[in-house]
Design a protein around this ligand. Structure first.
Ligand code: TRP
Length: 330
């Protein structure tokens, strides 16, 4: 008889505080769905947050805000441990060991790190930031993650994880799987300021999962639409309109009606946006109910973290025992 064990997923986010609709469509929705078929570990990458910002004054608040959104979105902490990277010290050790297996030149070629340096106008990169993908490899391989749900921008990091796993296994013996990326099905969600930029809190173009209905209405009212549709009855071009994108995601049953109304000129942008806000608010309503429960009881959130950290640490220690054995380190 064979016992069926579920494949292991390791997913993670940096603790950036409250999440927005782009996080939902790009990651969280997928994580929630995947917890039925996989054994899932959810990592809060608080060490990674320090690579671009050493200031820790908002770290705890941002961590709690993000975890509340994970829980309100449907992550079940009894099935899938939620834990802070910094509370499982094995991440630091494996990061150090892996850093001997990859060259500085290879890391300097990582596109995701290069993009960050450009976008954040970093003049001279700190040592730890260059090691960002090495730490991420440690995150994944410490739990022998086989599948990593990510956005397209993270593919170069998964490639480095695979290289490190191969190099380790060749050097010391077979310990690690070579993880596969799992791309999210819905491509990036545009922000409220146009189709070119993705939704992002720092660009101030995001609808937060925690935004109350009035805020969603107001944000949508100001959203950029097809510039050719100036007057109500002008024919519009839904495929270049971000509000139509939101309809596609959150209002699929009305999508044909919206398309034909926009194209014929029967549906004006003001009404179209109202309908869009209504469906987003309907989608967010159960989320807000669950959210309120955790906001009023952050002690419970901390308990969930501590429990997740115990379970993650047990798993991490098992892997490190194997690592020590094959490396003949004690
Ligand atoms: N780099 C990821 C991001 O910015 C966060 C992250 C850290 C991560 N460790 C991870 C994602 C491990 C997946 C697996 O989104």
């Amino acid at each position: 008889m064979t016992t069926y064990t579920k494949k292991r997923i390791l997913s993670g986010m940096r603790p950036t505080g409250k999440l927005h609709l782009g996080h939902w469509t790009g990651a969280l929705e997928n994580w929630v769905r995947l917890q039925d078929t996989y054994s899932n570990f959810h990592l809060i990458a608080d060490y990674h947050a320090l690579t671009t910002n050493p200031d820790t004054s908002d770290l705890e608040r941002n961590t709690i805000d993000m975890v509340i959104d994970w829980l309100a979105g449907g992550i079940d902490p009894t099935r899938s441990p939620i834990f802070r990277q910094s509370q499982v010290k094995e991440h630091a050790e494996l990061f150090l060991l892996f850093s001997m297996l990859i060259t500085k030149a290879r890391l300097e070629r990582t596109p995701a790190v290069k993009d960050q340096v450009r976008d954040l106008h970093i003049e001279s990169i700190v040592y730890g930031h260059l090691g960002y993908p090495v730490l991420q490899a440690a995150d994944i391989l410490l739990y022998k993650g086989e599948v990593v749900p990510v956005g397209e921008d993270q593919l170069s990091h998964i490639e480095i994880t695979r290289e490190i796993a191969r190099r380790f296994n060749n050097q010391y013996g077979q310990v690690f799987p070579e993880p596969e990326p799992l791309l999210t099905s819905f491509a990036r969600l545009p922000g409220l300021d146009g189709m070119e930029r993705k939704m992002s809190k720092s660009l101030n173009n995001a609808i937060l999962l925690s935004d109350p209905p009035e805020t969603v209405d107001q944000k949508l009212r100001r959203a950029v639409t097809d510039p050719a549709k100036v007057r109500r009855n002008d024919p519009g071009h839904p495929d270049i309109c971000l509000v139509f994108k939101y309809h596609q995601k959150f209002n699929p049953t009305e999508i044909e009606d919206i398309r034909s109304g926009c194209e014929s000129g029967d549906l004006g942008c003001v009404d179209c946006k109202k309908r869009c806000a209504a469906t987003i608010n309907e989608f967010l309503s159960p989320f807000h109910e669950r959210r309120a429960m955790y906001v009023s009881d952050t002690g419970r959130v901390m308990d969930i973290l501590r429990d997740g950290e115990k379970r993650a640490a047990a798993e991490a220690r098992k892997t490190m025992d194997e690592v020590h054995r094959v490396m003949k380190l004690g």
